[in-house]
Design a binder for this molecule. Structure first.
Ligand SMILES: Nc1ncnc2c1ncn2[C@@H]1O[C@H](COP(=O)(O)OP(=O)(O)OP(=O)(O)O)[C@@H](O)[C@H]1O
Ligand SMILES: [Mg+2]
Length: 606
């Protein structure tokens, strides 16, 4: 309870008021008592003086001689108050009482009478008026009397021998009763003051602690992430300023947090949708963050998995220990799920500017690797394809120069070979040029309306001579007349010549080739089918690759370079068309060309 400022305030106020009231009360009481007792002593002294003045017997020099008169003047001559007692004491050795307001005291030694204080009596022997207020106990009750011993000299003005003493006691209980009453009043006043203090303390403490409490509650809500807090500023004092500062702080914090959240959300969205995998791992191997791509690459299922446990099953070379040895800086290649990833890693710093962990970036380089490989293969293929005819031409030319030129028949044979090899080289170079043009989209396609039937018949006529050489029959199917496509004429002819040329080339003598066309869902489907050698299953997907030939040695003999189908495919694709292959070894091959039909748009004049 006293831990709260409110109660401490009240306690301090309480103690302050209590102490102040007690000290003031005690001071006043003591002073009051003293003043009252002093007043009583002064009255007693005046009373003794008046008794002395009124009694002639007491003015006598020798009190021994006038004891009877003294007795009379005391017991009958003067009025004795109910609260006072008076004794006339002779200054002899015994200090004999010669007259007393209490009967039976006369003749006794003052020292023996317990109603007389021997101390002041003895002290007044020195000639001074002495008084005392002793605590006395008579008959089990406390009696408070003021005692006064007044020395009387022979000479009224104080000269001569000391005759004796007038001893007066005066009951001053009324003083103590008054004091006690006053004490009660002061105590009551103190209690009331303390009650008021507590009440006022409560009110005052509330005005101070109320805003602090409000601040505390709102700061707590703020710590739980609720920034919609504002405190009411009621004054311009220190507490009011604290409230204003809190409001300012919360506004600034809100802005900062919202900026941070915006940045975080931007970062998260970037990480989420970026094509590369991002993985953040702390220095002890806990995975802090993994974007969806990274999760998929390293097959991360649960959050909070250990990096080493996950990565040890995939690629040990990027284990945490290995990364540490390279100061968390470098790159590696990871093969996973048939894909190739380049893993770049860099350390990140923590708030103490020490390495806090490592960020790994997984970049899918499968396509890049494939292209690089293709490029290398392509260069190797081109060199190889060019080298063979060049070697042949060179050796034949050398033989001719060495003397074979003089033998006409040999020379003619050699020159024929040189000629055909040159044709082959020229074909190869022209094919490559075509492909290269298409690669760089520099081929000028002149798209026009083409009558498919007419084009197929013309192409077959051109191929007939080759077919006849092998006794292959070309069967033209029943092709409808109204089949038109929008295509480049030369390009279309090249596709047909390549595909139908292959059909003849890869079909044994006396085989068959069927050429047909039909419409299907706004597409023209041209089919070129043979009953030739067919293509093994594993090669089907590759026959459109540049330089790819199923049986390299044999096809080269036939004069092929392996570029025909890739050119055909590229032309088709640039005309929104595609090629499909179906083939079975020793049974035959069918290649379908699917081209969108030419659509006629009628233009109405408005
Ligand atoms: N109808 C077919 N029957 C069997 N194999 C075929 C057929 N068509 C193509 N092929 C196979 O596909 C390969 C690639 O054909 P492509 O037309 O691209 O090259 P090529 O005929 O060898 O040479 P080019 O056409 O450049 O003179 C051929 O080498 C052959 O092995
Ligand atoms: Mg070919």
């Amino acid at each position: 309870m006293f831990k709260s400022i409110r109660w401490r305030f009240i306690l301090i106020y309480f103690l302050l008021v209590f102490l102040a009231m007690s000290i003031v009360g005690m001071f006043i009481m003591t002073k009051l008592q003293q003043i009252q007792v002093d007043m009583s002593s002064k009255n007693m002294e005046a009373r003794i003086k008046s008794i002395l003045a009124s009694s002639t017997a007491l003015q006598e020099d020798d009190w021994k001689q006038v004891t009877g008169e003294i007795h009379n003047s005391i017991n009958n001559g003067i009025q004795i108050g109910y609260d006072e007692n008076i004794y006339v004491i002779l200054n002899d050795d015994k200090k004999t009482i010669i007259a007393g307001s209490i009967e039976g005291t006369e003749g006794q030694s003052a020292y023996n009478l317990n109603k007389i204080n021997s101390y002041i009596l003895t002290k007044s022997l020195e000639g001074n008026v002495e008084s005392i207020v002793p605590k006395e106990l008579y008959d089990n009750s406390t009696v408070v009397n003021n005692h006064m011993s007044y020395p009387v000299y022979e000479n009224v003005n104080g000269g001569g021998d000391l005759k004796g003493f007038i001893y007066l006691t005066n009951n001053i209980e009324y003083i103590y009763e008054t004091i006690n009453e006053s004490k009660k009043i002061i105590t009551q006043a103190t209690v009331i003051a303390l009650l008021l203090t507590v009440l006022l303390g409560l009110v005052l403490a509330r005005t101070i602690t109320g805003p602090i409490k409000d601040l505390t509650v709102k700061a707590k809500l703020m710590s739980q992430g609720d920034f919609e807090q504002k405190v009411e500023v009621k004054s311009n004092d220190e507490i009011g300023q604290l409230g204003s500062m809190f409001n300012y702080l919360i506004d600034e914090l809100k802005k900062t947090v919202s900026n941070l959240q915006q940045e975080k959300s931007k970062m998260e969205t970037t990480f989420k949708y970026m094509a590369d995998g991002v993985l953040t791992v702390d220095i002890i191997g806990n995975i802090i963050h993994a974007n969806p791509v990274a999760r998929q690459i390293i097959a991360l299922t649960d959050d909070g998995e250990n990096y080493d446990v996950v990565i040890s099953q995939i690629c040990k070379s990027i284990s945490l220990l290995n990364l540490k040895q390279k100061n968390f800086h470098g790159s590696d290649i990871l093969e996973q799920n048939g894909q190739t990833y380049k893993v770049d890693y860099e350390p990140f710093m923590n708030n103490k500017n020490e390495i806090g962990g490592v960020i790994l970036l997984f970049k899918n380089v499968t396509e890049q690797f494939r292209l690089e490989k293709m490029q290398k293969e392509f260069v190797a293929n081109v060199s190889h394809e060019l080298k063979t005819p060049i070697t042949t031409i060179k050796s034949y030319t050398e033989t001719l120069l060495d003397g074979a030129l003089s033998e006409k028949t040999i020379a003619e044979d050699f020159l024929t070979v040189i000629n055909s090899e040159s044709d082959r080289m020229s074909r190869l170079v022209s094919d490559l040029l075509k492909l290269s043009k298409m690669d760089f989209e520099q081929a000028n396609w002149k798209q026009e309306k083409i009558d498919v039937k007419k084009m197929l018949i013309d192409a077959c006529k051109k191929l007939n001579i080759h077919a006849k050489n092998k006794n292959i029959e070309i069967h033209m199917g029943n092709i409808p007349d109204d089949m038109n496509i929008k295509f480049d004429k030369d390009g279309f002819e090249q596709i047909i010549l390549n595909i139908a040329g292959n059909a003849i080339k890869y079909t044994q003598d006396y085989g068959n080739v069927w050429v047909s066309a039909n419409k299907e869902n706004k597409n023209i489907i041209i089919s070129i089918k043979d009953d030739g050698i067919g293509i093994p299953k594993e090669d089907i997907n590759r026959i459109f690759d540049r330089f790819y030939r199923v049986d390299k040695a044999r096809t080269r003999e036939m004069g092929g370079t392996g570029l025909g189908l890739s050119i055909a495919k590229q032309i088709a694709e640039s005309h929104n068309s595609k090629l499909l292959v179906e083939s079975e070894v020793q049974k035959g091959t069918e290649i379908k060309i699917i081209i969108p039909e030419y659509e006629v748009y009628e233009v109405f004049e408005v």
